[in-house]
Design a protein around this ligand. Structure first.
Ligand code: ADQ
Length: 461
């Protein structure tokens, strides 16, 4: 078995118990342990001058290697090119995308720094698996340093349509840099198709129906490989005593009212304002439901240094305040809006207590909350998942109530339908959803990607 080297912007090693650990960290940790691998990335810390010094740690049998970056790197690479340029562009928000040469320069510099520090750690037979939009050119930077290993790249966010990508200065160089990898993985067929459209239409290259591209004597394979959750772990979390207690407390606080739940990082791609407005539309159209429902929206802030994230926070506070002001009574508040994070078992308990999971991003690579909501449900009395057709998860979770998140009426109708849905129909929809979430879980995703990568041949000298 080859040793696995995982590379991502940030590294989240196991913390002991799995209670607060994301599924990705749990799954990768098991593969890293099995192959005695390394997880390499940025520590999240800054130093005045970059030294390339590597901090090695071992947590729960998982070896991590992290580097510190300079403040200018954080500004230009992380807050700049990753979060102000690529993130909005890849989520179809060219109105928010900022194209600055300094950001592109910082992005290239940090990818070179990753390559310089990682290169000496690589043994000839290692499999290298690079994650996400922060590190697109890392493969090429490693090839330029004589790295002939099998290398794979997985994109966690959507790949944008060709016409949008054309707005990015140096789009061709960015795309061509991906050909340094042997396997390029996308969450959905929709993303893969958009990539193929660009490669064929813009670069004039041929992509076989098997996803194979021949580039300069090498074979590059495109695959779809949708990420899953730690379904078994999540189900266990929903069943453990702490979660049961939290569940009871939640039900008591709901006081017989049907709860709708939303759980999202505070991000404009998640469609939170549109969700609040759709819920308002539902309240306006269904006065008979007042006092009988409430929306719990959990949205911990993220990327607070980027302006558009400060703006969304302010506008959500205004919209939720206005709706509560218009509809609340002495006993009832229609929207409970909280900005904090919760441990996984409490989150599972809240999902289980919710009659409706409201997952309505405007654009999302996958959306793990949709899968977590399904995994946490009581099989005898499951809730209803309302899911945006623009979340990657909609390609798999066909039995959810699929909605257009841009249409307040569409989402409002789905809320009404979900509240009226009889138990038999809820069960009939939930069973296939759960089967999918359990079958294509995070371990399935990881094994599938690694197997594809292991199947490729090492690059010839
Ligand atoms: P994200 O955009 O972060 O991920 P998502 O897939 O929904 O989005 O994952 C969020 C995770 O954070 C979930 O596991 C959720 O439980 C957790 N979380 C959210 N709010 C929380 C809170 N208040 N307390 C505790 N935990 C909370 C990116 C892409 C997605 C893609 C994933 C994985 O944008 O499209 O699905 O990577 O590839």
């Amino acid at each position: 078995m080859s040793r696995l080297i995982v590379v991502s912007n940030r590294v989240s090693p196991p913390t002991g118990g799995n209670a607060n650990q994301g599924g990705l960290a749990v799954a990768l940790a098991s593969a890293l342990r099995e192959s005695d691998g390394i997880w390499f990335g940025w520590s999240g810390e800054e130093v005045e001058r970059f030294t390339g010094e590597i901090d090695y740690q071992r947590n729960d049998g998982v070896a991590t290697a992290t580097i510190d970056l300079e403040p200018q790197d954080t500004d230009e690479y992380y807050n700049g090119y990753a979060n102000r340029t690529l993130w909005p562009l890849f989520h179809y928000r060219i109105d928010l995308a900022e194209y600055e040469r300094s950001f592109a320069g910082g992005y290239a510099r940090v990818n070179s720094r990753f390559a310089d520090t990682l290169r000496p750690l690589i043994e000839p037979d290692d499999l290298i698996w690079v994650h996400d939009y922060h590190l697109i050119p890392l493969g090429l930077a490693l090839r330029r340093r004589e790295c002939r290993n099998r290398m794979g790249f997985f994109l966690h966010i959507p790949w944008p349509p060709r016409r949008l990508l054309l707005t990015l200065p140096s789009h061709a160089a960015l795309v061509k840099s991906l050909f340094a990898y042997d396997v390029i993985g996308f969450q959905t067929a929709d993303s893969l198709d958009a990539f193929v459209d660009y490669v064929q239409g813009e670069l004039g290259m041929f992509v076989g129906s098997d996803g194979i591209i021949h580039v300069a004597g090498r074979v590059v394979k495109l695959i779809t490989c949708p990420i899953g959750i730690d379904a078994a772990g999540f189900r266990r979390a929903a069943d453990d005593p702490a979660a049961r207690a939290a569940h009871e407390a939640m039900l008591e606080s709901a006081n017989g009212r049907a709860m709708l739940i939303g759980v999202d990082r505070l991000d404009y791609s998640k469609g939170l304002e549109e969700r609040f407005l759709a819920y308002e539309r539902f309240l306006a159209a269904h006065p008979e439901k007042h006092e009988q429902v409430f929306l719990l929206q959990i949205a911990p802030p993220s990327r607070v240094e980027v302006n558009s994230y400060q703006e969304i926070r302010a506008s959500l506070e205004a919209v939720s305040g206005r709706i509560n002001g218009a509809y609340a009574s002495a006993e009832w508040v229609p929207i409970r809006y909280v900005n904090q994070g919760y441990p996984r078992d409490e989150l599972a308990a809240m999902y289980r207590a919710a009659r409706i999971g409201l997952v309505t991003p405007l654009r999302d690579g996958m959306n793990l909350v949709a899968k977590e909501y399904v995994a946490a449900q009581d099989p005898d009395d499951p809730g209803v998942l309302i899911l945006s057709r623009f979340a990657g998860a909609a390609e798999q979770l066909r039995e959810a109530l699929l909605v257009n998140p841009y249409s307040a009426e569409d989402v409002a109708d789905a809320i009404a339908a979900a509240l009226a849905m009889p138990r038999e129909e809820r069960i009939a929809r939930w069973l296939p959803l759960m089967a999918n979430v359990e079958r294509e879980d995070v371990t399935w995703w990881m094994r599938r990607f690694i197997a594809e990568l292991a199947d490729m041949r090492r690059a010839v000298a």
